[in-house]
Ligand binder design. Structure first.
Ligand SMILES: Nc1ncnc2c1ncn2[C@@H]1O[C@H](COP(=O)(O)OP(=O)(O)OP(=O)(O)O)[C@@H](O)[C@H]1O
Ligand SMILES: [Mg+2]
Length: 456
């Protein structure tokens, strides 16, 4: 099984609307602080989510499922993302929207299975021969390009690594130079290079450089002890999907043609059930040998009412299997038709037998003051200045329509302010955009009142 070069394939998330959320904002006893970590109010749901986080951490949740249910704009997606933040980046969290399963090229169940495996982590411990230390010298050595012309190519790279015990100078291949560049390695970083594969891992900035003016996100690590060349226990976190993908890619040369080939061929069709079974077998073996450990993560299916009866059935069965993540659903629907059926109605559009095994967390509409607080937070995150009476007006709009709608008005209001030569949003801006746009409820009302004027 190929694991060395696997980089976790992180799904890009559409979370910009939730960028102010940093966690659940609970105190050490698990009680919600009214406003903390970017979350405001909705205390009960946040506390319940905290219990779920604890269960996930203590691995008591695998194969279970949670449903976040509540009206639109009450923070369901926000709370799910806060759970992801609380779990940290060692526990996989795979977000998806129910409607993602409908694609013309890929089977619905295939989409689900792929996401399922993105949500299951594997922590692999291996003893590897490495060169480790603080980079004290990094010099690419160039030669004239063999093809002539103006180009120069790197023929090799000289790197010096320093530990508390000594230092070593290494001469490395250009391919490793590329790996170093990819990891953005600079002098003063602590790294290790795997002797067999040449894989490079940057561990952080050396303590010795901690006084320099630097990004606050930088992680400082102590100067490694021991020799530069040594055996080291390397811990790697990957997801089952990472393993599927790494082992499904056509093997062989990394020339341009084969890379193009990979771009053209949809890689999704290459991961077969057979391959997954093989991977599972090897994973089981690794676990038995104590080399690897499963880390059940979270599959978050937003707008779950978009799934149909076929995918629900598949999902229910998958939850029963030995290796399963925790599934968190969210929906704003009440009783509705289960997709794919003609006449089966059910709460939240979820089949009863699946509903039966869910822990349900309810979210409730915000009061005015919570709403204003959230709007202020959002304005802050987007770097917008907004007058207090404009916030009040937005809060009013939020209570009549939804919080989501009120949040969305911030951007056009800021534009209106700019057009009027102001940097801060004032009441008039809110009134102007409020009259330009419609929220869903008012739009629906107009439709209802003017039924005869629309095509149907
Ligand atoms: N308690 C909260 N604290 C801070 N921000 C919040 C809170 N609840 C919601 N928000 C923010 O308000 C906006 C709308 O919330 P969100 O999208 O989470 O609602 P939702 O319940 O998922 O709605 P829908 O049912 O329409 O999907 C988002 O920008 C979200 O980050
Ligand atoms: Mg949502």
């Amino acid at each position: 099984m190929k694991v060395e070069e696997v980089k976790s394939i992180v799904k890009t998330q559409r979370i910009s609307a939730h960028s102010h959320i940093k966690g659940l904002g609970l105190d050490e006893n698990g009680f919600a602080i009214q406003a903390a970590a970017g979350l405001v109010g909705q205390e009960q749901a946040r506390e319940a989510a905290g219990v779920v986080v604890d269960m996930i951490r203590s691995k008591k949740m695998a194969g279970r499922a949670v449903l976040l249910a509540g009206p639109p704009g009450t923070g369901k997606t926000a709370i799910a993302l806060a759970i992801a933040q609380e779990l940290g980046n060692k526990v996989p969290f795979c977000p998806m929207v129910g409607s993602e399963v409908y694609s013309s090229e890929i089977k619905k169940t295939e989409v689900l299975m792929e996401n399922f495996r993105r949500a299951i982590g594997l922590r692999i411990r291996e003893t590897k021969e490495v060169y480790e230390g603080e980079v004290s010298e990094l010099t690419p050595v160039e030669t004239e390009s063999p093809a002539g012309g103006y180009g120069k190519t790197v023929s090799h790279v000289i790197i010096s690594l320093r530990t508390a015990k000594g230092s070593k100078q290494l001469k490395l291949d250009p391919s490793i130079y590329e790996a170093l560049q990819k990891e953005k390695v600079e002098v003063g970083d602590v790294i290790y290079i795997e002797a067999t594969s040449g894989a490079v891992k940057r561990q952080g900035r050396s303590d010795a450089y901690a006084t320099e003016f630097d990004l606050e996100a930088e992680e400082y690590v102590p100067l490694p002890k021991g020799e530069v060349h040594k055996k080291k226990e390397v811990v790697q976190d990957v997801t089952l999907h990472d393993l599927d993908a790494a082992n499904a890619k056509p093997q062989g040369g990394q020339d341009v043609l084969s890379m193009m080939g990979q771009l053209l061929k949809p890689k999704k069709t290459e991961i077969t059930d057979k391959l997954r079974r093989e991977i599972n077998k090897i994973v089981d073996k690794y676990i038995d040998q104590g080399v690897a450990e499963l880390v059940p993560g979270v599959l978050f299916i937003d707008e779950v009412h978009m799934l149909d009866i076929e995918t629900f059935t598949y999902l229910h069965r998958a939850l029963e299997s030995a290796i399963a993540p925790i599934v968190i659903f969210a929906t704003n629907r009440g009783r509705c038709l289960i997709r794919g059926t003609d006449d089966v109605y059910s709460p939240h559009g979820i089949p009863l037998d699946l509903l039966d095994r869910l822990l349900i967390i309810r979210t409730i509409p915000y009061n005015r003051s919570d709403m204003e607080q959230i709007l202020k937070l959002r304005a802050n995150t987007e770097g917008l200045e907004i007058d207090p009476d404009a916030i009040t007006a937005l809060g009013e709009i939020g209570t009549k329509a939804t919080l989501r709608y009120a949040v969305q008005l911030l951007t056009p209001a800021h534009l209106t302010a700019k057009i009027n030569g102001r940097s801060n949003i004032v009441l008039a801006d809110i009134q102007e955009v409020g009259s330009l746009f419609l929220d869903a409820k008012s739009s629906a009302k107009i439709l209802q009142e003017n039924k005869d004027k629309f095509m149907s």
